[in-house]
Design a protein. Structure first.
Length: 440
């Protein structure tokens, strides 16, 4: 049963409201002033119903003291101004005296439902932050640099296409764009309607055949569900050409028609499409119709594979370690030097997805809080355990040994000149950091 705190100074009204609420299965406590409400520990209730005019402080002064518990304000001074003031102070709703009992119960149920939805939303966001580490900045990575280069597109441009190989974390970049833009507090919706078999793509995207929601979708479909936020649409080329044209028309006019009427519903939403190919390639193969493709053709970004952004490997690996710690309550995990060298030597055909999977498995099989090269499952970290290419071996050997060998010693062990070592370092973008320079 829900616990309600009723703050009212008129005894007749207080008793009548208490009887009404208790008959409707609420546990009710009462107070005559804000001071008494504070003594009753307002944050321990599910909802507070407070009169605006009270002896001493006004009822709205309980709102910040009760947060996040919702507060409904009652007043006999019904006016637009007092309603606006109450909402500005943070009231979840407002009701004017005298009110109908059914109206009051409806306001209370609506406030409780809204508060429940907000609590669920907060819990979901925390869960996403726990399970989707790429929503956070990874300092010094190509992904962060790309986010900075897209600064102007994050808020100004309503359309963006991200393309690249599978596993490059295009969705992670979309999450970063949303989380760091002005829409961050609005919905982030990922749509894969091409694979939806429960309802048609048209219903999922553009809305239902009537005002009544279907399968939990509001009128306006996923576009309306993402209103004021971001809709990520995977592989738009999989949609039928007719639906692509309908989608383009809706996006251009910024509104969707409501079935059975001449009215429209606005859909202020940023749309980010994700695919393997660029818009030009999709238009050339006629997989994407010009009406839709032309909306995105000027605002697109290629997400490079992990093998072309090796500086991201260790930061992303450490980020996945932190995610595993949060998810499973593990102690602080770390990579050995040999494990780091093996990670950097690998070509990662599965990109960021493969890296995350490797780190997750390594954490499960690690002995204690240290992840070794053996735990990674990529080989033993030496030629005896791995079929390394020459470039992989060079990268592995240099990273593994440069902390304790000079450039001359490294070159000698590799059987090349110091100049050749420098040239290969330059070609492979493998500089020696100042912290690793040796005086000898």
């Amino acid at each position: 049963m829900k616990r309600l705190l009723l703050v009212e100074d008129e005894e007749v009204i207080l008793k009548a409201l208490r009887r009404l609420l208790e008959r409707n299965h609420f546990i009710v406590e009462t107070a005559n002033t804000v001071e008494q409400a504070i003594e009753a520990q307002p944050r321990s209730f599910d909802l507070i119903l407070a009169d605006l005019r009270l002896p001493g402080a006004e009822g709205t002064s309980v709102i910040p003291l009760a947060d996040p518990v919702p507060v409904v304000i009652m007043t006999s001074y019904a006016s637009v101004r007092s309603a606006v003031d109450a909402m500005r102070h943070g009231a979840i709703d407002y009701i004017a005296k005298p009110f109908d009992h059914d109206e009051l119960l409806m306001v209370i149920q609506r406030a409780l439902m809204q508060n429940l939805m907000q609590a669920q939303n907060r819990a979901l966001r925390l869960d996403v932050q726990r399970t989707q580490p790429c929503q956070q900045h990874v300092k010094g990575t190509v992904l962060e640099d790309m986010l900075a280069s897209l600064e102007d597109l994050k808020d100004v441009q309503p359309f963006l296409h991200l393309h690249g190989e599978r596993g490059t974390d295009r969705e992670g970049l979309a999450r970063l764009i949303h989380a760091n833009g002005s829409r961050r507090d609005a919905p982030f919706v990922v749509a894969d309607v091409g694979a939806d078999t429960a309802s048609s793509d048209a219903i999922a995207l553009l809305g239902n055949t009537g005002e009544v929601p279907l399968d939990g979708l509001p009128p306006g479909g996923l576009l309306q569900a993402a209103r004021n936020g971001t809709l990520v649409l995977r592989h738009p080329e999989k949609l039928s050409h007719e639906l692509q044209k309908q989608l383009a028309e809706v996006l251009e006019q910024g509104a969707v028609d409501l079935p059975g009427s001449s009215r429209q519903r606005s859909i202020n939403v940023k749309v980010i499409t994700i695919g393997l190919d660029s818009i030009e390639s999709l238009l050339a193969t006629e997989e994407l119709v010009p009406q839709l493709g032309n909306l995105f053709i000027h605002d697109q970004c290629a997400v490079p594979p992990l093998r072309q952004r090796r500086e991201d490997i260790l930061p992303l690996a450490r980020q996945q370690l932190r995610a595993m710690e949060r998810r499973h309550g593990y102690p602080r995990m770390k990579l050995t030097t040999d494990a780091e060298a093996v990670l950097l030597a690998n070509d990662w055909p599965g990109n960021v997805t493969e890296l995350d999977n490797v780190i997750s498995r390594a954490v499960f099989v690690a002995n204690g809080n240290t992840v070794t090269s053996d735990n990674l499952g990529l080989g033993e970290g030496t030629l005896s355990g791995r079929n390394l290419s020459l470039d992989e071996y060079f990268r592995y050997f240099v990273i593994r040994n440069q902390a304790h060998l000079s450039e001359t010693e490294l070159a000698a062990r590799l059987g090349i000149s110091r100049k050749a070592l420098w040239e290969r370092r330059t070609k492979m973008d493998l500089p020696r950091s100042s912290s690793e320079e040796l005086s000898r």
